[in-house]
Design a protein around this ligand. Structure first.
Ligand code: MN
Length: 376
């Protein structure tokens, strides 16, 4: 039997590709044109032999990707943090690995993430968003942490996050080990009259009270959920499992009734459905929701540069799909933690850390939550 089919029988695009290809035509290039003009002005016009007259002598802005100073996505570095409220998004590093109980090195996380973020353009094909055209981003540098004193570092981190949150800029925190989850949440919560929910991606529960006699990267949610307006019923933990879940933490989670979803739980119900459940739990009677993303929720194969690699985790595409659902609702801010460049291979851990941040921003833009107040 001969098989005849016309074009409509074999579509050129699936639904996602169709959306992506069509949406690109609707995105403006206004900011890109302005950036090129600015680059020529401050970087001087390029050599006469160059065909492309938009190329300056000195690299300014995005291009070429291997050149320039490594702020996050080559966003402008804002020295005067008092002005961070002039931007939609403020990126800050929390270079702290004093809470690490195995592999250190996350103090270099912000540097590693910033360095590889130079590889990223501002446009996501399948999300149909060009960040440069939609929002303004400032890199406000790093929080001054105190290497030998985790409690003083916590105080510094809370103060920094609170300052940015209060300014109206959307805070992005580049960790740092996961101990920073407690002070970041504390910094946001003090600005709220209502409750703060937490969506927590991790292989580890991080809910014990102390580890090795101190508050460490295994303890942030015990202390965060002690804050009166951060109730444990709004803490949802996604991807937990394996051989690195300390029993005291599991017991604390059971007593406090946190919501725990294993990798299999999520995959079996479908990752989109899992993300919807997470949204429901985190948002129940809450005023705002914080996203805490530990890169080790991914399978160890994808994140060699992390403090406690654990096999059996998510695939990157599963996590990114969940981010798309979670980013359909507003967020108070996001932290990406446990990225340890000294243990990384070919920057792949820093790459996924960058990707999670960029996808989150794009989804918030797409849903109208960024810039703030676009949609109610
Ligand atoms: Mn972890």
């Amino acid at each position: 039997m001969s098989r005849h089919h016309d074009d409509s029988y074999v579509p050129r695009h699936g639904p996602e590709a169709k959306f992506a290809v069509e949406t690109e035509a609707t995105l403006p290039t206004t900011k890109w044109e302005a950036e090129k003009k600015w680059a020529l002005e401050v970087g001087l016009p390029g050599a006469p032999s160059l065909r492309d007259k938009s190329i300056p002598t000195f690299s300014r802005g995005e291009l070429p990707h291997f050149a320039g100073i490594n702020t996050f996505l080559k966003a402008p570095y804002l020295e005067d943090v008092r002005k961070c409220g002039n931007y939609d998004v403020a990126v800050m590093g929390a270079p702290l690995d004093a809470g690490t109980t195995y592999r250190p090195g996350t103090r270099f996380g912000p540097q590693g993430i910033r360095r590889i973020s130079a590889l990223y353009g501002s446009y996501s094909f399948e999300l149909g968003v060009d960040l440069r055209e939609s929002i303004t981003i400032a890199d406000i540098g790093d929080i001054f942490t105190i290497p030998a004193n985790i409690e003083k570092s916590f105080d510094q981190i809370s103060r920094a996050v609170s300052h940015v949150y209060k300014s109206g800029a959307f805070p992005i925190v580049l960790g740092g080990d996961h101990s920073i989850g407690y002070p970041t949440v504390r910094g946001v919560a003090e600005n709220l009259s209502g409750n703060l929910g937490i969506i927590h991606f991790d292989r580890h529960v991080d809910t014990q009270e102390y580890d090795l006699d101190e508050r460490m990267h295994t303890t942030p949610w015990f202390h965060a959920t002690d804050i009166p307006n951060v109730p444990p019923k709004n803490l949802v933990q996604i991807g937990i499992g394996g051989w690195q879940a300390p029993r005291p933490g599991v017991a604390a989670g059971r007593e406090r009734q946190t919501t725990i979803m294993t990798v299999n739980d999520c995959v079996d119900m479908g990752v989109e459905e899992a993300a919807n459940v997470a949204l429901e739990v985190a948002w129940q009677d809450a005023e705002a929701v914080w996203l805490s993303f530990d890169v080790d929720c991914l399978d160890a194969a994808f994140v060699p540069g992390t403090g406690w690699p654990e096999p059996g985790g998510f695939l990157p595409r599963e996590v990114l799909k969940m981010i798309q659902v979670i980013g359909s609702k507003p967020l108070a801010g996001i932290e990406v933690v446990e990225c340890s460049p000294p243990y990384d291979n070919a920057d792949i851990t820093s790459l996924i850390a960058t990707r999670v941040i960029c996808d989150t921003l794009a989804c918030l833009v797409r849903a109208g939550h960024l810039p703030k107040g676009t949609v109610g």
